[in-house]
Design a protein around this ligand. Structure first.
Ligand code: ZN
Ligand code: ZN
Length: 346
């Protein structure tokens, strides 16, 4: 049985499982409009997840064929994975922020092995030791091209334009661009009176941007082929402040559970990141490569117990923090080092 929660005012959430993942499930939201039901995110591309979604909708009297549109908070496979299948079954449009559409397009155009080559270059530059790189080289040579999920994820039909209302007859749903977790992440502000009259300005579908107990992963996200240097952590912190100022009555996130007092949660996350950055500055009293920094940073378990793939994600997160510290003028690259080491200034 799909777990379905009614949130009132024509909004429901459905727990769609993410196979073999500690997160457990994605909360897919259903929003009634005058032209038909609309989904906010769709869930992981897996037969069991699909069945759960279809059955959950059926318990609400909604046939998957009747879905009118799909609004995607960001391109990650636990949110966008089933969008193509929903479109096929229903003829629904799919809307996404152009910066994430760009990532989808890039991923679809990848030739086999390109991803492995890309992470090899990235990890080498970050100062990863040869024994860490060896398994990737071996996979490349053996032709085991296991790559990122989302290789054939659906290209959207519509752009989400930040600051504007989506075209949803009978509803006021405004897109708020919240880059950080991905370059085109959006939160969706339902600018309508809370159905239980909770104080505040409507409700927020927050995707992965604002979750009650999880601090979302922030890594580097620029196109590997582009010279553009992004500052994802800076983007994320700015987006958090923007969301905090909305004064929403309730947050409907894409994982865990709905909650109130968004401003308090925003403050908590801002403080968490401030402390983390201060801790990194202390570590960088000694010049370190991004790899060395990642191995010394505090994670939810000791470095040598972190699974291989998660170590790579952790390095990307360390690099995002270094970018931020460099941009703030707290840290500098040490001249003449290769791989580049970073050190605290002053
Ligand atoms: Zn995500
Ligand atoms: Zn997610």
């Amino acid at each position: 049985m799909t777990q379905v929660t009614e949130h009132g005012g024509g909004v429901w959430s459905l727990k769609v499982p993410i196979p073999d993942n500690p997160l457990g499930h994605t909360l897919v939201h259903l929003l009634d409009t005058d032209r038909g039901p609309v989904l906010i995110d769709t869930g992981w591309d897996d037969p069991e997840s699909w069945d759960t979604l279809v059955e959950g909708l059926a318990t609400l009297g909604t046939d998957i064929k009747d879905i009118h549109g799909v609004v995607i908070t960001h391109h990650h496979p636990d949110h966008h994975g089933l969008s193509g299948q929903v479109r096929e079954a229903s003829g629904a449009w799919i809307a996404m922020h152009p910066a994430d559409t760009q990532v989808v397009r890039r991923t679809r155009e990848q030739v086999p092995g390109q991803w492995l080559d890309y992470i090899t270059v990235k990890l080498t530059k970050a100062g990863a030791p040869e024994e860490h790189l060896a398994p990737i080289r071996a996979a490349r040579e053996a032709g085991r091209m296991r790559t990122v999920p989302g290789l054939d994820s659906a290209l959207p039909d519509r752009d989400i334009t930040p600051g504007e209302l989506l075209e949803l007859p009978g509803r006021r749903l405004r897109a708020i661009w919240t880059p950080g977790h991905t370059p085109g992440h959006v939160c969706l502000h339902l600018e309508e009176q809370h159905p239980a009259n909770l104080p505040g300005h409507g409700r927020l579908f927050s995707g992965d941007h604002l979750l009650p107990e999880i601090s979302p992963h922030i890594g580097l996200y620029e196109d590997p082929e582009e010279a553009l240097v992004t500052d994802p952590l800076g983007d994320y912190l700015d987006s958090l402040e923007r969301i905090g100022r909305l004064g929403v009555a309730e947050v409907l996130p894409a994982h865990q559970y709905a909650f109130t007092d968004a401003a308090a949660r925003v403050r908590e996350l801002l403080e968490h990141h401030e402390e983390r950055l201060a801790g990194l500055r202390r570590l960088l009293a000694e010049p370190l490569t991004p790899w060395q920094l990642a191995t010394r940073m505090e994670w939810n378990r000791p470095w040598d117990q972190i699974p291989y793939g998660s170590q790579n994600i952790a390095v990307s997160e360390a690099e995002a923090h270094l970018r931020r510290l460099v941009k703030l003028g707290h840290v500098e690259a040490v001249e003449g080092t290769d791989p580049v080491r970073y050190a605290a200034v002053g």
